[in-house]
Design a protein around this ligand. Structure first.
Ligand code: R5P
Length: 296
């Protein structure tokens, strides 16, 4: 069985192929003179089950490349196509939250299915709604067991709470707390006065002197995390650690992280993270072993 990859998941695909029976498929990626993408699959795949991997992070060219790759596989006779999408871009626009808004998560799910994907494997997709759009054949890998293992191996958990910076993160915070011997959970209430601006409402809970483990599905501009840290520090917590699946880290996340009152940010490599962004406070856990478990 072949695994075909977008350029942005090349390393991940090599890792997966080295630990499974999948063979790395050959495909030629070209940009034509007018800027259009061209992909030619070089292996015979007629009647076969194939895998295609790619993260649909920015730039948008990744999405069209993925669609074209799937189309090439389908048009050349692949019997079943399983897509591995470690980071599913556009998943946050998942509902009609204001008049005239789009639902990009639903749009992408429809496009991918229409192109020929039969099954999806993804990692901590943003919401339950997104999961619904990708059904019936979705495997949504949770990073919480991976984080719990890392925390158990590296932390003393006395006097520690798990924090969800908003309601969306509450299920993962509760799951993490459960795996850490039922630590107490604090769910914060976030609101956005405008896009990309995060504020957190004050709360009544005595957390003075405690250590806090914040967990969320993604860190983008770092606004959510900064607001959560400020609130926690106002309530006099001791040390703050972040366990977040997708390191989107768009501007000004790194600047914010450098001055944030955090000990460590632990993320995975579902989203490409340039060397420049890999500052000392960031620890990256590889996602490949989790994907390999599912493939096996
Ligand atoms: C939102 O619901 C997500 O779970 C994250 O909290 C959010 O997208 C993070 O974005 P930022 O880092 O820009 O606040």
């Amino acid at each position: 069985m072949y695994l075909f990859t977008l350029p942005n998941t090349k390393e991940l695909s090599q890792h997966i192929c080295s630990k499974t029976k999948l063979k790395l498929g050959k495909a030629e990626f070209k940009q034509l003179s007018d800027g259009e993408q061209y992909i030619q699959v070089k292996n015979k795949i007629k009647g076969q089950n194939v895998y295609a991997i790619g993260s649909t992070n920015q730039p948008d060219a990744n999405i069209i490349q993925f669609l074209i790759l799937i189309n090439a596989l389908k048009e050349n006779g692949a019997e079943k196509i399983t897509a591995i999408i470690p980071y599913f871009g556009y998943a946050r626009q998942d509902k009609l939250d204001k008049p005239g808004a789009p639902i990009t998560a639903k749009l992408l799910a429809k496009l991918f299915k229409q192109a020929g994907i039969n099954q999806f494997i993804t990692v901590d997709i943003h919401s339950q709604k997104d999961q619904k759009y990708l059904q019936p054949n979705l495997i949504n890998i949770s990073t919480i067991p991976l984080f719990a293992k890392y925390i158990n191996n590296n932390f003393d958990l006395a006097n520690t709470i798990v924090v969800a910076p908003d309601n969306g993160a509450a299920p993962r915070a509760k799951y993490l707390a459960k795996l850490l011997n039922n630590l107490p959970v604090l769910v914060m209430e976030k609101y956005r006065p405008q896009q990309n601006i995060a504020k957190i409402k004050d709360f009544q809970k005595n957390i003075k002197g405690k250590n806090a483990i914040i967990t969320d599905d993604m860190i983008d501009t770092g606004g959510t995390i900064m607001a959560a840290c400020q609130e926690l520090k106002k309530h006099k917590v001791r040390n703050i650690y972040l366990f977040i699946t997708h390191g989107v880290l768009s501007e000004p996340a790194i600047k914010r992280l450098k001055c944030a009152p955090i000990k460590q940010l632990v993320i995975t490599d579902t989203h490409p993270i340039s060397k420049k962004k890999q500052i000392k406070k960031i620890k990256i856990l590889p996602i490949a072993p989790e994907i390999i478990k599912v493939i096996k």
